[in-house]
Design a protein around this ligand. Structure first.
Ligand code: ASP
Length: 317
C-alpha cells in the first residue's frame, strides 16, 4: 500500500490576530485538528480519498468557526445559502450542490449526488429534496445562523450604505472549508463547502461547487480546493488550471499553485488561497491574505495546523 496524506483549509477570511483572544485561536486550531483527525482516520484504515475529504469537511461544517454549514455567511436576505462539491480523482466523478438551505451537511449531499451518478450538479429546493429522499439530515434553516454572522451582515449592509464595502476585511467578507487527500491506493480527491460571502445576492453561486474552479481532482496530477473571491476562481478556472500547469508545463505543485495565487489572482487585488495535494502526497497551501485556516498531514504522518504565519504541530491520536 502506498503513502497517504491530507490537507485542509478553513478559508482565507482570517481575522487579524489581535481581534480574537489566544483561547479563541487555540479553539479554532483545535477544530482544524479535529477535521484532520476525521480525514486521517479514514485514510489510515485504507479508506478512499473521497471518504476522507468528506469526513474532514463534515467536521468543519459542524464548527462555528468556519464559513460553511453552521456558522455560514448570510445572504442579503439574512439566510444561509450553502454551496458544496466533491470530486473523485480516480474516476473524475463529481457531485456539486448550490443554494442549499436545509441539508445539515451540504458536502454529504454532494457525495450522495456523485454516488447516484445521474447528475453532477443540483441546486436550491430540489437539492434539499434530494437530501431528504436520500436519508440525509434535514434541519430548520435557522440552525445554520449564528450571532457572529448576523452581526457581520448588519455591519456589511452599513458599509454598503456608506460606500465603504470595498474596505471590509477578508474576515468580514468570506471564508470556506475544503479538504484534499491521497489514499493508500494512490487516488486523489477534493471537497469544498461554503456559505459564500456576507451579504451575497440571493441566488449567487460561487466557485466552490463549480468543478474545475473551486474544486477539482485528477489522479496523476493533483486535488485542489480554493478559498477567496469565487468569481475570480471561476474566471481563472483555478482547479483545472493547476492540474493543467502540472500536466502540460510539467510544473511542480508548489510552483503552479504559487503562480496562480500570487500572480494570476493577486493581480485582481482580491483575497485568495487554496490547499492542494499532488500524486505523491505533497501538500501546499498558498494564500495572499494575512492568514488562512489550514492543516495538513504529511506522508511521514506528521500533522500541522495554522491560522497565520506560525505553524503548530497537531495531535493525530
Ligand atoms: N470561494 C467562496 C465563494 O466565493 C468564498 C471564500 O472562500 O471566501 O463562495
Amino acid at each position: 500500500m502506498g503513502s497517504i496524506a491530507l490537507g485542509i483549509h478553513g478559508g482565507c477570511g482570517v481575522m487579524p490576530k489581535q481581534e480574537l483572544s489566544e483561547s479563541d485561536w487555540a479553539a479554532a486550531r483545535s477544530d482544524l485538528a479535529l477535521a484532520l483527525r476525521a480525514g486521517w482516520r479514514v485514510l489510515r484504515e485504507d479508506g478512499r480519498a473521497v471518504a476522507a475529504v468528506e469526513a474532514a469537511v463534515v467536521s468543519m461544517e459542524e464548527s462555528p468557526y468556519f464559513n460553511a454549514g453552521r456558522g455560514a455567511a448570510l445572504t442579503t436576505a439574512g439566510k444561509a445559502s450553502l454551496d458544496a462539491a466533491i470530486m473523485d480523482g480516480a474516476t473524475l466523478r463529481a457531485g456539486a450542490v448550490s443554494a442549499v438551505e436545509r441539508c445539515r451537511n451540504p458536502v454529504r449531499l454532494a457525495r450522495a449526488l456523485m454516488d447516484e451518478g445521474r447528475t453532477v450538479m443540483m441546486t436550491g429546493p430540489a437539492a434539499d429534496r434530494f437530501a431528504e429522499t436520500h436519508g440525509l439530515e434535514i434541519v430548520d434553516p435557522e440552525f445554520f445562523i449564528i450571532e457572529r454572522q448576523r452581526q457581520a451582515l448588519t455591519a456589511m449592509k452599513a458599509r454598503r450604505a456608506s460606500g465603504t464595502a470595498a474596505t471590509a476585511s477578508e474576515a468580514e467578507k468570506h471564508g470556506t472549508v475544503g479538504a484534499v487527500a491521497l489514499d493508500s491506493a494512490g487516488h486523489l480527491a477534493a471537497a469544498t463547502s461554503t456559505g459564500g460571502f456576507t451579504d451575497k445576492p440571493v441566488g449567487r453561486v460561487g466557485d466552490s461547487p463549480i468543478i474545475g474552479a473551486g474544486t477539482y481532482a485528477r489522479d496523476g496530477a493533483c486535488a485542489v480546493s480554493g478559498t477567496g473571491a469565487g468569481e475570480y476562481f471561476i474566471r481563472h478556472v483555478v482547479g483545472h488550471e493547476l492540474a493543467s500547469r502540472m500536466a502540460y508545463l510539467k510544473e511542480d505543485l508548489g510552483t503552479a499553485a504559487t503562480k496562480i495565487i500570487m500572480v494570476d489572482l493577486s493581480a485582481h487585488g482580491i483575497g485568495a488561497g487554496l490547499v492542494a495535494i499532488d500524486y505523491a502526497g505533497r501538500v501546499v497551501a498558498p494564500y495572499n491574505t494575512m492568514g488562512m485556516y489550514r492543516g495538513w498531514v504529511t506522508t511521514a504522518g506528521e500533522a500541522y495546523v495554522a491560522t497565520h504565519e506560525t505553524v503548530f504541530p497537531a495531535e493525530l491520536h
